[in-house]
Design a protein around this ligand. Structure first.
Ligand SMILES: [Zn+2]
Length: 261
């Protein structure tokens, strides 16, 4: 989806129900910055194809908005092509965590025959765990040629969450810091993280973005943005007051500890 002359969203990539995942890219005069790589190599191929077609001849660079596998699953595809993948310095996923994610994904397949066939293997076809090779420790700016984008630290959902702000176009790639239609996922952290998340939302509000691409669900425009911020803020405040996330009970039921989204 073309959002502005230079900003694009790739929405609706697959993941475990009910989640679909978003990615996007920003095409400068020299560099196209890909935001997130989807959950698997098949998604990465789609993102890569669109990003190359938008401005042929540009160098590609990737940035991950966080550590969860639905945002970094396609990293390996880009790294195999020699493309640098940037991400928060705290992203250091282990092969054991990735195997647990695949097992959890397989366990969630409703059809018993498909579950027994381990059809998660089809979803994760040629998908390898690859962490970012370029670390972001502080807020920084990328010059993409003729335009600059700001890399902001927006922790809360996880400690590794980044947002990408394109000031000239009023576009923010917020990752899972700001999503709508879905309940935000608070289960990767606890109360101190949720308080940080509120601060990240304040920061986003001050930017006054015109378009927000969240990590999941529809792109938000204009009036939808304050409503989305208010909605996530309300969930966070209620959770802080209650001392538990809205989905805490379903998390206790699940045995696996590695959660995506
Ligand atoms: Zn996510």
């Amino acid at each position: 989806m073309r959002l502005t002359d230079r900003c694009y969203a790739v929405t609706g990539l697959g993941y475990a129900s009910p989640w679909c995942v978003n990615a996007g890219f920003i095409a400068g005069d020299e560099i196209t910055l890909v935001v997130d790589t989807g959950g698997n190599t098949l998604a990465a191929q789609t993102i890569h194809g669109y990003a190359c077609a938008a401005r042929a001849g540009n160098m590609l660079r990737v940035i991950n908005t966080e550590k969860h596998f639905d945002h970094i699953g396609g990293n390996g595809y880009f790294r195999e092509k020699g493309i640098d993948v940037y991400g928060h310095g705290g992203i250091a996923r282990t092969p054991e965590e990735f195997q647990a994610e695949i097992a959890e994904f397989n366990d969630s397949i409703p059809d018993l025959v498909r579950r027994a066939r381990n059809e998660s293997r089809a979803f994760f076809y040629r998908t390898n765990l690859v962490n970012p090779n370029c670390r972001i420790q502080h807020e920084t700016t990328f010059d993409l040629g003729g335009m600059k984008v700001e890399i902001l630290l927006t922790p809360g959902h996880t400690a590794t969450n980044l947002s990408i702000w394109v000031p000239d176009d009023g576009v923010l790639y917020a990752g899972d810091c700001l999503i709508r239609e879905y309940l935000p996922n608070l289960d990767a952290g606890s109360e101190p993280d949720w308080r940080l998340w509120l601060k990240s939302l304040d920061r986003i509000e001050e930017l006054k973005p015109q378009l927000v691409v969240g990590g999941h669900g529809p792109v938000s425009r204009c009036d939808e943005i304050p409503a989305a911020i208010d909605s996530v803020r309300r969930v966070l405040k209620e959770s802080i007051e209650r001392g538990s996330s809205p989905t805490a009970r379903s998390c206790e039921v699940r045995s696996a500890g590695y959660q995506s989204s």
